[in-house]
Unconditional design. Structure first.
Length: 439
C-alpha cells in the first residue's frame, strides 16, 4: 500500500494546512484518520468531524467509538447530528448527504480549515461509475469522483481513491484500527449496495484489474473533458442567439459533437430534456421543417435549422358545456352539446354523464374505448406517438376524469354507435371556418 506521503503528494499541501477529516466510524474513514495522524511530525493540524444521521440504532455507539479513538490519537473532535424531525419521507440518502456536507463545511469554517478530506476509495469509484452509467450515461458524470474539487471555498480532497477496500481492511487489521460496520450496507434494496455486493465482485472475478481500469477510465475522462471544454465553448458561442440557437453554424459537425452543443444550449434555456427527446430535436434541426416540443412551462420551436424558446400558452379555463352553445376550439373547429339531431355536417358522440366540462387534459384522465376497456389518456397518447406539445394543447370533454371526447381521437375509437329513436345528449363537433359564439 502506498504511504500517506505518496497519497498526499498530488495535492501539494503546504505544511500547516488545517484539515477537517470526515470520520463515520467505518473502516475507510478510521484508516484515513490513522494515516493522517501518524504522519511524521504531524505537518497538518487535524480536526475530526463526525456526523450522526440518527438513522440507525448503532449511531450512538459509532459516535462514541470515533470520539474515543480520536482522543487516543490526540485529535480534537467536533460532532453534529441530523434531527429526526428533518428526515424526509423519500430521498433519505440524498438528503443525508446534503446535511452531512453542510456540517463538514460548518466545522471547516469554525476551525479555519481550508481542506476537507473524505475516505472515498477505488471501490467507491467503481460503484459511482456503474451507478451513473445505469442512471444517465452523461459524459461529465462518467468522470466519477474527483480526487480534488473546490466546494464553497474549501478544497474537498479524496486521497484514498488509489486504494481498494481490501487494502484498507488489510491495513486496519495489521494496525489494529478499530471500526464499526454499517449494517445497512448489507441491504441490497439500495442500488449502491447491490452494486457493491453483487455486481462489482462479479466483474472483479471476470477481471481482477477492474479497479485499475476504472481509475484509468475516470482519469482519462476528466482529461478529455478538460481538453474538449474550450472547443465546445467556441461551438456554443457560434450558434447561440438571444432566443435560442442558429444551428447552421454546426451542421457540418459530427452528430456526436452536435449532441454536446445541444446539451449546453438546452441547459441555458430551460429544464433538462430526456436523451431520446434531445435526439428528436437534433433530427428536427437537420431539416427545414417545423416541430414543437413541450419543455416544462415553455415550448421549444425548431424550424429551418433554428431553435427558439417560447412561453407555453396558458391553459384555457375549463368551460361547462350547456346544450346548444358552440365553442370555438381553433380557427377551423367548433364543438357543442346538443339535445336534438345535430347538423348533417357534424359527427356525433352519445353521452349520458352530467355535468360535462370542456378543458385540457389532466393527470388521471381515462378513456372508455369502443372495445369496452378503459385506458389512461396518457397511455393512449404514448401508444399513438402523439407529440408532447400536442398532448398539452388538445381539448377533452370529461365528467370528472372520465373522458367522453378528445380532440384527435375518432369517435369510433371511443364508443360503439347505437341506433335509437330516443333523443339523447350528443357531442357535435364540426369543421368550420365560420365565427361562432364562445361562452
Amino acid at each position: 500500500m502506498e504511504s500517506m506521503q505518496q497519497l498526499l503528494a498530488p495535492f501539494r499541501l503546504v505544511p500547516g494546512t488545517k484539515i477537517v477529516v470526515a470520520v463515520s466510524g467505518g473502516v475507510d474513514s478510521m484508516v484515513l484518520l490513522t494515516l493522517l495522524a501518524r504522519l511524521p511530525g504531524r505537518p497538518y493540524p487535524l480536526t475530526v468531524a463526525h456526523f450522526n444521521h440518527q438513522l440507525r440504532a448503532e449511531s450512538a455507539a459509532e459516535a462514541a467509538l470515533v470520539q474515543a479513538y480520536a482522543a487516543d490519537l490526540g485529535v480534537p473532535v467536533q460532532t453534529g447530528s441530523w434531527p429526526v424531525a428533518a428526515h424526509p419521507a423519500t430521498g433519505v440518502e440524498a438528503a443525508a448527504r446534503q446535511a452531512r456536507y453542510a456540517f463538514l463545511h460548518r466545522v471547516a469554517q469554525g476551525v479555519g480549515a481550508t481542506v476537507i478530506m473524505t475516505a472515498h476509495h477505488a471501490d467507491d469509484q467503481a460503484e459511482t461509475v456503474l451507478f451513473r452509467l445505469a442512471r444517465s450515461g452523461a459524459s461529465a458524470a462518467m468522470s466519477g469522483i474527483a480526487p480534488a474539487r473546490l466546494s464553497h471555498g474549501v478544497r474537498l480532497l479524496r486521497p484514498l481513491l488509489p486504494l481498494s477496500k481490501a487494502e484498507l481492511r488489510a491495513y486496519a487489521e495489521s494496525q489494529q484500527v478499530p471500526s464499526m460496520e454499517d449494517a445497512s450496507n448489507a441491504d441490497q434494496h439500495f442500488s449502491r449496495n447491490h452494486l457493491r455486493a453483487a455486481v462489482i465482485p462479479a466483474l472483479k472475478q471476470e477481471n481482477p484489474g477492474l479497479l485499475t481500469h476504472v481509475a484509468r477510465f475516470t482519469t482519462e475522462q476528466r482529461g478529455l473533458l478538460a481538453l474538449a471544454q474550450p472547443a465546445l465553448n467556441q461551438l456554443v458561442a457560434r450558434v447561440q442567439t438571444p432566443t435560442g440557437a442558429d444551428w447552421r453554424g454546426v451542421l457540418d459537425q459530427p452528430a456526436a459533437v452536435q449532441a454536446l452543443v445541444l446539451q449546453r444550449v438546452l441547459a441555458a434555456g430551460g429544464p433538462p430534456l430526456a436523451w431520446a427527446t434531445q435526439q428528436q430535436v437534433l433530427a428536427a434541426l437537420a431539416t427545414t421543417g417545423r416541430r414543437l416540443f413541450a419543455v416544462g412551462q415553455r415550448h421549444l420551436i425548431v424550424a429551418n435549422h433554428t431553435l427558439t424558446w417560447a412561453a407555453a400558452s396558458a391553459a384555457a379555463a375549463p368551460r361547462l358545456l350547456r346544450p346548444g352553445e358552440w365553442h370555438q376550439l381553433s380557427a377551423t373547429m367548433a364543438i357543442a352539446l346538443a339535445q336534438a339531431a345535430p347538423p348533417a355536417t357534424a359527427w356525433v358522440v352519445p353521452v349520458s354523464a352530467d355535468p360535462l366540462v370542456l378543458r385540457h387534459r389532466q393527470p388521471g384522465d381515462r378513456l372508455h374505448l369502443a372495445d369496452g376497456h378503459h385506458q389512461l389518456l396518457r397511455r393512449w397518447f404514448i401508444n399513438h406517438k402523439v407529440p408532447a406539445a400536442q398532448r398539452a394543447s388538445w381539448w377533452v370533454i370529461a365528467h370528472g376524469h372520465a373522458v367522453v371526447w378528445c380532440q384527435g381521437i375518432a369517435p369510433a375509437q371511443l364508443f360503439q354507435r347505437v341506433d335509437t329513436d330516443i333523443l339523447q345528449p350528443v357531442i357535435a363537433c364540426r369543421l368550420t371556418d365560420e365565427g361562432v359564439s364562445d361562452e
